[in-house]
Design a protein around this ligand. Structure first.
Ligand code: AQP
Length: 326
């Protein structure tokens, strides 16, 4: 047993990871695994609330696991597993469903956005997604959840669900808080007033496995301004430069912007090279991992064993408290 605090977070296997997913979440997972008891999962049950092809899903799951490992998650330091391998998540979600008012879910902005995007498939799962997310988190008694800013409303709901349960059945769950990086909301390249999201399209996202040439081409097209870095697009590029460029270069850009003479052509070229260099080792490690999918499956199975032991213990307590243990 350890005295470390627990954190939980998941990423959906819905496609390639972009800089928003990396800078808002995964980069933090890699840092936090050294200090926390960590449960990181591939949120396959969440991902089926959107339109998808079942033939693609197994590879999407393996790809995401390869991404997370290649970027720096160490299976000796964290439990990395697939959500559906721990059926207790969905079991607990059902119990939470019976405590959560529909009106709370109707307020969720992500649900409203996604429902508007997939009008032909506004399914109950999409609506109930935050309750499953509450179960994902609370089942491990997490005290914190490393996520991007877009997930704050869901983490707040998780706290409310914990309260509903504790008030009705006695103190059981801890109320967790969001943990943000210094970049909790990376904006789209093509439309910097919007959050970088896969669903906006490839030209909006820099994927962490994009080849250097593609990174340069995408950045070259990103909208900016006359040189004072007051526009959302220029601010987004400076945010990226703060992370990926040398301090000296970043300070030069800031000084140039102050005098209204920031040359975005240079910034974009240097930034593209710095981002490509940052992910070189990751890209190679991912290719190596994908050549051995059985190794990835072994890591996921080991992670599931660790998660399952904790989840089972929580469920035994929950069943007892809600009165279905006979
Ligand atoms: N733009 C972003 N900036 C910072 N953090 C972000 N996250 C997502 N976009 C940004 C964080 O990434 C983690 C994984 O999120 P997810 O699996 O739920 O992916 P997502 O939010 O579905 O990613 P997309 O690209 O936005 O997908 P679509 O377009 O399908 O909705 C989370 O911690 C999230 O906060």
């Amino acid at each position: 047993m350890t005295n470390k605090q627990t954190i939980v977070s998941g990423i959906q296997p819905t496609g390639r990871l972009h800089l928003g997913n990396y800078l808002g979440a995964l980069k933090n997972f890699i840092k936090l695994q050294n200090d926390y008891q960590c449960y990181f999962f591939i949120a396959d049950y969440h991902s089926i609330t959107e339109n998808y092809n079942p033939k693609d899903k197994p590879q999407q799951i393996l790809n995401l696991a390869a991404d997370m490992l290649a970027a720096g998650l160490n299976p000796k330091k964290c439990a990395l597993f697939v959500q559906s391998d721990i059926p207790a998540h969905t079991e607990l979600a059902w119990i939470f469903n019976c405590l959560t008012p529909i009106s709370y879910l109707e307020r969720m902005t992500q649900y409203k956005d996604k429902a508007a995007r997939q009008k032909e498939n506004i399914n109950v799962g999409l609506f109930d997604y935050p309750v499953l997310q509450a179960a994902d988190i609370l089942i491990y008694h997490a005290t914190a959840v490393p996520v991007g800013q877009d997930q704050d409303q869901h983490v707040e709901l998780t706290r409310q669900v914990a309260r509903f349960f504790n008030n009705r059945f006695g103190q059981t769950f801890t109320e967790p808080k969001s943990l943000h990086t210094e970049t909790p909301k990376i904006m789209s390249l093509a439309d910097p007033d919007k959050k970088m999201s896969k669903s906006l399209g490839d030209n909006h996202c820099l994927y962490i496995d994009d080849e250097p040439k593609i990174i340069a081409a995408k950045l070259a097209k990103a909208p900016t301004d006359s040189g004072d870095a007051k526009s959302a697009g220029a601010k987004n590029l400076l945010t990226l430069s703060k992370i990926f460029s040398s301090e000296k270069l970043y300070n030069q850009y800031l000084a140039a912007a102050k005098s209204g003479g920031l040359r975005y052509g240079d910034l974009k070229k240097n930034l593209a090279a710095d981002i490509a260099a940052h992910f070189t080792d990751y890209r190679q490690a991912k290719q190596t991992l994908l050549k051995n999918p059985d190794q990835i499956r072994k890591v996921l199975a080991a992670g599931a064993r660790v998660a399952s032991a904790v989840a089972k213990k929580t469920m035994a307590e929950v069943r007892e408290k809600i009165g279905i243990s006979y």
